[in-house]
Structures are given as structure tokens and as C-alpha cells.
Design a protein around this ligand. Structure first.
Ligand SMILES: *[C@@H]1O[C@H](CO)[C@@H](O)[C@H](O)[C@H]1NC(C)=O
Length: 314
């Protein structure tokens, strides 16, 4: 038996340690809240000049606008698309507008893992190490759940989710080796809230958020906070790209379709400011976070009032 005063001393010492930890934790939380208020007021955007940006789905829509935007900021742009013709148009447009910018077009079916790896190898040889990866390519078939064919459901997950895994497997190791890089993924407001006629699509976009959040946590914790690789997940509202064929919006003046150009410039801004998650417009993410706490019936009334979504494709 140890003398009682020793036991008391040890307990007091342990207690003091925990108390110090708690005080330190409170201090850090307050510090980082102040820091984020400060960077909200005076945002800093990192330069992308000289970075090698790879974007999937650059043949049209948001992907194309992203390629143009990154090129205008001085980045080398690597464009991947299934459709070689429209992809080369994007690259030619970049070269015509920005004569000093290097831009490359590669044809790739991102749902094929082997193809992703072989095209990635080519990019490494011909262009160099990709430092910013934008997983943008996606499809959005709209039907009632039971009208989706099995093949269609598999295709949605192949392109919207599994392709992100193959791209990360191909490009993340090099980013980790250099401890430098940024991964951007396109989710959707349909990845924040389930919507009718979009069951597989919503599930795929929720999956993207899960993938991005867990991979960034894994890197942060496994490197004890030393990882400098950033992750940004974007949730656009309905964008006027042709992906969303039959949008239904009760108040189109208050909730207009967003243009691909506007969406792309918001995405690039979010990436340059190292935001972890962002919706376009940002209001949707804020509203979603707040309104999720309403009672179910109240939330349903609000959703019915807004009466917006997409109708099934014919
Ligand atoms: C892309 O790859 C998938 C999976 O192998 C395949 O089912 C699909 O037909 C391919 N798409 C094209 C246009 O080649």
C-alpha cells in the first residue's frame, strides 16, 4: 500500500493535467474561431500559377469553364473527357485566349480503372506531376426510383463515385510524396438533401462528401496534422449545363439556375481559399445546416412551399 498522501498527489497531478488540456482546448477553439472570422473578412487566395491542374469532364459545362478559368490564372491545364472532339475544342479555346498557357487534351473513360491509370502515366511523362485534381465528371439521369435500370444505377456510381476513387489512387500518392496538392470534388445540393427522381444520383453525391471528408481526416490524423494536401467539396445548385433537363423552380427570380461560368469561378475561389465544403450559391449549405434541425413536419412544409426540384426525363 502506498501512503495516502502519495495517492492524493498523483490524483491531483492527473487532474491538473486534464484541466490544462481542457483550458488549452478552449483556447485553441477560440483562437481558430477568431482566425476564421478574420479570414472571412480578409480572405486570402493562394496562387495557382505554375500548378498543374487536371480536370475531368472538360468537354462542356462546369468542367470546361473550370479549365478556362484555371488557364486564365496561369495554371497548366490537363483536360480529360470521354469525348475527344469537344475536349480538343476546350483546349483550342484556351490556347487561342491564353497564348502562353500550356493545355493538354486526353481522352479517358474515368469509369475504367485501368484506363485512368494508363492515361495518368501518360500525363506524368508528358506534362508532369498533377498538383490540383478536380473530379468533376458526372451524370444525372432523372427517373422515379423504380424506373432506373440496373445498368443505369451502376453507371451513375461508376462515374460519379468510383471514378473519384480511381483518380485518387492514381494521383494522391505523388501529392503525399511531395506533401503538396489539392483535391476538388463536385458533389451537389443533391448531396446535402435527398430529392425525388434523383435517388441514385443523390446517393452518389452523398457518397462523394463521405469520401472527401474521411480521406481528409485520415491524412490529417495519420500525419499528425503535417499534411499540406487540401480537400474541397463543392455542392452546386442546379446549373444550366444541360445535365438538369427539366428543372422545376417555383421562385426562379429568387433561386435562378446558376451559370457554368459563375459556378466555375466560385469553385476556383473556394479552392484558392482552401474551403473544405462550399455550395454554389453558398446560401444552400448554410440553410441546409440550419434547417436540418427543424422538426420533420416543419421542414416538409418549407420544402413543399419552395416546390422546386427536377422532373423525370422522358
Ligand atoms: C466506359 O466504361 C464503362 C465501364 O467499363 C463502359 O460500360 C462504357 O461503355 C464505357 N463508355 C464508353 C463511351 O466507351
Amino acid at each position: 500500500m502506498r501512503p495516502i498522501y502519495q495517492v492524493v498527489m498523483v490524483k491531483a497531478y492527473d487532474g491538473a493535467l486534464v484541466l490544462t488540456d481542457v483550458l488549452l482546448l478552449i483556447f485553441k477553439i477560440v483562437y481558430y474561431i477568431c482566425e476564421s472570422v478574420f479570414s472571412f473578412l480578409i480572405p486570402r487566395e493562394k496562387s495557382v500559377a505554375g500548378e498543374i491542374v487536371l480536370i475531368t469532364g472538360t468537354g462542356h459545362g462546369i468542367g470546361k469553364e473550370l479549365a478556362l478559368r484555371y488557364a486564365s490564372l496561369g495554371a497548366t491545364v490537363v483536360c480529360w473527357d470521354l469525348n475527344q472532339e469537344s475536349n480538343e475544342e476546350t483546349v483550342n479555346e484556351i490556347k487561342n485566349k491564353h497564348r502562353t498557357i500550356a493545355a493538354y487534351a486526353y481522352q479517358c473513360n474515368v469509369s475504367k480503372r485501368e484506363e485512368v491509370f494508363s492515361v495518368a502515366e501518360k500525363v506524368k511523362k508528358e506534362v508532369g506531376d498533377v498538383t490540383i485534381l478536380v473530379n468533376n465528371a458526372g451524370i444525372m439521369p432523372c427517373h422515379a426510383f423504380l424506373d432506373h435500370t440496373t445498368d443505369e444505377i451502376i453507371r451513375i456510381f461508376d462515374i460519379n463515385v468510383l471514378a473519384h476513387f480511381w483518380m485518387l489512387q492514381a494521383f494522391l500518392p505523388n501529392m503525399i510524396k511531395r506533401n503538396h496538392g489539392h483535391v476538388v470534388a463536385l458533389s451537389s445540393v443533391a448531396g446535402l438533401r435527398g430529392l425525388p427522381n434523383l435517388v441514385p444520383y443523390c446517393a452518389s453525391k452523398f457518397a462523394v462528401r463521405g469520401l472527401m471528408e474521411s480521406i481528409s481526416e485520415e491524412l490529417r490524423i495519420s500525419t499528425k496534422g503535417r499534411s499540406l494536401i487540401k480537400f474541397t467539396t463543392i455542392c452546386p445548385y442546379m446549373v444550366d449545363t444541360g445535365l438538369c433537363k427539366k428543372p422545376k423552380i417555383r421562385f426562379p427570380e429568387a433561386m435562378p439556375l446558376v451559370t457554368p461560368w459563375e459556378t466555375a469561378s466560385q469553385i476556383v475561389m473556394a479552392q484558392r481559399r482552401d474551403y473544405r465544403e462550399r455550395s454554389v450559391p453558398q446560401l444552400w449549405l448554410t440553410l441546409n445546416t440550419m434547417l436540418r434541425n427543424l422538426p420533420d413536419n416543419a421542414l416538409c412544409c418549407l420544402i413543399d412551399f419552395l416546390d422546386s426540384g427536377v422532373e423525370a426525363d422522358s
